[in-house]
Write a protein that binds this ligand. Structure first.
Ligand code: 5AD
Length: 334
């Protein structure tokens, strides 16, 4: 285990030689716990409609510049069949917090995917009711992703306004997802305006406390059509800080599935993914959204979608291999 003081010291460390030691250690812990496979998840962004007003996100309801779309049942099912045919083990369905997402229709879709393919099904639909989450679990969904973004409550409330008359506690929701039997994923953004290094240390401690199965960490990228979008990145050294957070997360959660995130690949298109994979990460999420919708899922600008074939080649170039099967944290007994 690694203690908070030690995490904080590493997050503040800027001696490149010492950081290489941290990265080498994270790489060894990754190899010992989850091996050399890099699991590929087919990411399908099923709707960009959102009722929230998050200060950081380009899909926020107040952004009238983005044309909205919602994929049909048949379109999503088609993507799932295609992903299964191309050898993926997991489909991740993600959307904005779309009020028109029909829970029963989603349950039917999950059942169809589970009966017609051997895909693991991951959902990432934001903060949903207990009834919906249970319905989808009963329909066969395996995993749920919900980043808590930052454990600094005040910062979170500032950038993620609650819906009128509701309070929002993502940490409590994550605990609930675990109790329901979901493999549970969360994560944070690094470099939010007003975010302290101390709070990032707290975030990492929280990953351990929640015993997360998946942890995604990406740099915050200002989106011009959002309240937090003006000006440049507020914090310097965000890319390096993100690698440090990824490496330390591997030490805090040795068995977790940790993606090299698209946001990291967006700020460093040359080797952001590779560096994350060499510093603790073991998952990639190629974009599987139909091309006609892809440019509309603009959480942040210039999102670097990469195809599975490109990624498979890059995995081999760093001496790793593409994973087979669902790539669960704890393989389920059959
Ligand atoms: N920059 C980087 N990541 C972002 N996300 C949302 N907006 C941004 C942004 N501007 C991340 C959040 C969210 C995930 C789907 O995308 O962490 O949970």
């Amino acid at each position: 285990m690694i203690r908070r003081e030690s995490i904080l010291r590493w997050l503040k460390q800027d001696d490149p030689r010492l950081l290489q030691r941290l990265y080498a250690r994270a790489d060894r812990v990754r190899q010992a716990n989850v091996g050399s496979q890099v699991h590929l998840r087919a990411l399908v962004e099923i709707s960009n409609c959102c009722r929230r007003q998050c200060g950081y996100c380009g899909l926020r309801a107040g952004n009238s510049a983005v044309p909205r779309y919602r994929m049909s049942f048949e379109e999503v099912l088609g993507c799932a069949m295609d992903a299964a045919g191309r050898g993926y083990g997991t489909i991740v369905m993600q959307s904005g917090e779309d009020p028109a997402l029909d829970p029963q229709q989603m349950a039917t879709l999950i059942r169809r995917i589970k009966s017609q393919t051997s895909l693991a099904v991951t959902l990432s639909f934001g903060e949903r009711s207990d009834e919906e989450l249970q319905l989808w679990k009963d329909a066969g969904a395996d995993r749920y992703l919900l980043r808590f973004e930052t454990s600094d409550r005040e910062l979170f409330e500032r950038i993620h306004p609650a819906l009128p008359g509701q309070c929002c506690d993502r940490i409590a929701l994550l605990r609930k997802l675990k109790r329901m039997g979901y493999e549970t994923g969360s994560g944070i953004m690094v470099g939010l305006p007003g975010q302290s290094i101390e709070s990032i240390a707290d975030d990492l401690m929280m990953f351990g406390e929640l015993d997360l199965d998946m942890v995604g960490i990406g740099p915050f990228i200002p989106h011009p059509q959002t309240p937090l979008g003006s000006g440049r990145q507020a914090m310097t050294g965000v890319e390096e800080l993100t690698y440090k957070a990824v490496a330390l997360t591997r030490l805090v959660c040795p068995e977790a599935n940790i993606p090299a995130t698209t946001a990291l690949a967006t700020i460093n298109g040359r080797d952001g993914r590779e560096l994350a994979l060499l510093r603790g990460a073991n998952v990639l999420m190629p974009n599987f959204t139909p091309v006609k919708y892809r440019s509309l899922y603009q959480i942040y600008p210039d999102k670097q979608a990469c195809s599975g074939d490109q990624l498979r080649r890059r995995i081999e170039e760093i001496g790793r291999c593409a994973g087979s099967g669902p790539g669960s944290r704890r393989p389920v007994a059959v």
